[in-house]
Design a protein around this ligand. Structure first.
Ligand SMILES: Cc1cc2nc3c(=O)[nH]c(=O)nc-3n(C[C@H](O)[C@H](O)[C@H](O)COP(=O)(O)O)c2cc1C
Length: 237
């Protein structure tokens, strides 16, 4: 049985990209098929050019495929990465997530294992707040949050963040500590193993893990309305 994992991230200067690669590596080592996808950049070239590290990273990763909502539909499990921006996820990742209203409405995100990771300049600069903020989305989806918790020495060695792998970059930029890359690999492996168990269990019981939100009396709720609006809204590349 093979597990499909979408690793979807935004990174301006490369740190979250490096974490995403490590998490993908861990998931692949656990047997998963992985799509590593960056979300579309929203900033202007003028803004990017003001920061040589940002320009360098944008140019270096132009070959990484851009995430689409179809990647989320394809996946059995998902991992989302974002830099910490004033203690919240980057707008670029949120913009991508906000395109998933239609898929949400069809029940295409329910019951999927999901995990998140981040990078911040400061050790106490809001990593946990960012991951918890992202988790609000996962609750709405009915996704199954798979935190690393304190389940492996790799988590402690990386600074002990049970919410998700979090790099502290400081002035070192995307030159991340090996311990945090190990924690990201562990998190990817844990996500894959969890998804595998869930899928195997579903096969055993003959249950269908998917739900159709429209069949669950949500047709009149505000989020159902938002989902319908998202269906109508033009998709932003
Ligand atoms: C607009 C903006 C807001 C930021 N807010 C925070 C913050 O709240 N806390 C923090 O520690 N670092 C903050 N940073 C720094 C980034 O989170 C940090 O450099 C991160 O490692 C960048 O990841 P990336 O290389 O993947 O883009 C901010 C950076 C920018 C550009």
């Amino acid at each position: 049985m093979s597990i499909k994992i979408a690793v979807v991230y935004y990174s301006a200067t490369g740190a979250v990209h490096t974490l995403a690669e490590a998490l993908a590596e861990g998931a692949r080592a656990a047997g998963a098929e992985v799509r590593l996808r960056r979300v579309a950049e929203l900033a202007s070239d003028g803004a990017i050019d003001q920061n040589p590290l940002w320009r360098r990273h944008v140019d270096a990763t132009s070959g990484v495929e851009v995430a689409t909502v179809d990647d989320l539909a394809w996946a059995d499990a998902m991992a989302f990465g974002t830099p910490t921006r004033f203690g919240t996820p980057a707008a670029q990742l949120k913009q991508f997530i906000d395109q998933a209203g239609g898929l949400w409405h069809e029940g295409g995100l329910a019951d999927k294992p999901v995990t998140a990771f981040t990078s911040a300049y400061n050790r106490h600069g809001g990593s946990e707040a960012t991951l918890l903020s992202l988790a609000n989305v996962f609750y709405h989806w009915g996704a199954l949050i798979v935190p690393p918790g304190f389940t492996d020495p790799a988590v402690y060695a990386a600074g002990g963040n049970p919410y998700g792998a979090s790099a502290v970059t400081g002035p070192s930029g995307d030159d991340l500590q090996p311990a945090v890359l190990d924690a990201a690999r562990y998190q990817g492996g844990r996500l894959a193993r969890t998804a595998l168990r869930l899928k195997a269990g579903t096969d055993l019981t003959g249950g269908d893990a998917s739900h159709d939100a429209s069949a669950l009396a949500t047709k009149t709720g505000p989020e159902a309305e938002a989902g319908r609006e998202a269906d109508k809204a033009p998709q932003v590349a």
